[in-house]
Design a binder for this molecule. Structure first.
Ligand code: ZN
Ligand code: ZN
Length: 387
């Protein structure tokens, strides 16, 4: 068995919002610097991107290689109830089979890397299952396209297919601690992914899942998502929820924070006249089926971390993460110790100190031990990290 890092939700240049150059070479090279062993291809239903996918080196029926990075066939789809879903295909036959079933109900398969299909979530899931694909909801708490923005429960969304849903993607702004307040999520594997439209290492793998698998290939990844035969997720890593713009309930004008009780009393109007917006934290607590937190036994640790570029930027108080100072500091660490995830999770702090300034080493330690503190995000403003 080996431990691998995976980012299973990315996008190609064929998705709206994608920026700059994206190709497999760049994705593979950046994945290696980041410390990711497996990436999803993203957008695999798009004919333009698929043409690139089938030119990669096949490792087996469902795994394709570029340099040292393995890619698995995957796409995101929007169903007609506006929920986003992630799909993983075991091989090209399954992918073509699935595509044939949905061609009649989609008008933008050739236009958009993340297509819209005019069928319900339940119907879509049943087509996926019938064609041997794995399907689960993307960024479940997303305000626009997350499952919980449109349905009360998983079963409401997936109906007859719900017993075949094995995973849910947490999405930015949420961790396992919060998601596990919903008991119906306990049987599922949580996956944490970047959902990036940009291959730069500050975006790629900004959230990732660590799995224990026999080999870094599609077949064993499926087993790990289903937690079969000692294959399983061993760590979820992602952006601290406190960083999120709507983590806490607060005013969108002056950012004063409010308790739900106080906000209700004030009819969601702040003293300054601004509107008070309900925070993610409170929304989840309201949905919570039990007030007492129970982690399911299989749930791995959730590690809150920021991309190393962000940490360096904040410690050095640079204007943005793309300055020469930040870049050279990041390069020094990554070229000395192999890759970013290794630096963030494993490299001895003493060794890091020898290569970079002591405050950066300290900041990495603070994230490893989860001893950071935040002025939590609220009312449309990101949280402020105190280092
Ligand atoms: Zn999405
Ligand atoms: Zn996406």
């Amino acid at each position: 068995m080996m431990i691998i890092n995976a980012d299973l939700h990315i996008h190609s240049p064929f998705t709206k919002k994608s920026k700059g150059k994206i190709d497999f070479e760049l994705l593979a090279k950046n994945a290696e610097k980041k410390g990711l062993n497996i990436l999803s291809t993203g957008d695999c239903l798009h004919p333009g991107w698929l043409k690139n996918i089938i030119q990669l080196e096949p490792i087996d029926l469902g795994t394709f290689q570029c340099y040292n990075t393995n890619f698995v066939l995957s796409t995101e789809i929007q169903s007609n109830d506006n929920v986003h879903h992630l799909l993983y295909f075991p091989d090209l036959t399954s992918l073509y089979d699935f595509r044939e079933h949905i061609t009649c109900c989609s008008t933008d398969l050739k236009l958009n890397g993340r297509p819209y299909v005019d069928v319900s979530s339940e119907k879509l899931a049943n087509i996926a299952i019938d064609t041997s694909a794995l399907i689960g909801p993307s960024h479940i708490f997303d305000l626009f396209s997350g499952l919980y923005s449109h349905y009360n429960t998983l079963a409401d969304c997936y109906g007859s297919a719900v017993s075949e849903i094995y995973f849910a993607e947490l999405g930015l702004g949420i961790d396992s601690y919060h998601a596990d307040f919903l008991k119906e999520l306990h049987p599922l594997t949580f996956i944490t992914n970047s959902d990036t439209h940009n291959p730069h290492p500050i975006r790629l793998g900004r959230e990732f899942t660590q799995f224990q698998v026999k080999k870094p290939t599609c077949k064993y990844l499926f087993q790990a998502i289903k937690r079969k035969q000692h294959h399983r997720p061993v760590l979820n890593a992602g952006i601290p929820p406190e960083e999120g713009k709507y983590y806490q309930t607060g005013c969108i004008k002056c950012q004063k924070s409010y308790s739900i009780k106080e906000a209700k009393k004030r009819k969601w109007k702040c003293r300054c006249g601004g509107v008070i917006k309900k925070g993610m934290k409170e929304k989840i607590l309201e949905k919570s089926t039990s007030k007492q937190l129970h982690y399911p036994y299989h749930r791995p640790r959730y590690l809150s971390i920021l991309p190393l570029h962000e940490i360096i930027t904040r410690v050095l108080q640079e204007k943005n993460p793309f300055t020469e100072n930040v870049e050279s500091c990041w390069n020094a660490l990554v070229s000395t110790f192999g890759n970013e995830i290794h630096v963030m999770l494993e490299t001895p702090i003493n060794d890091i100190e020898k290569v970079t300034n002591q405050s950066i080493a300290e900041a990495i330690k603070v994230f490893r031990l989860a001893t950071f503190s935040y002025k939590e995000g609220r009312g449309g403003s990101y949280g402020t990290l105190y280092l």
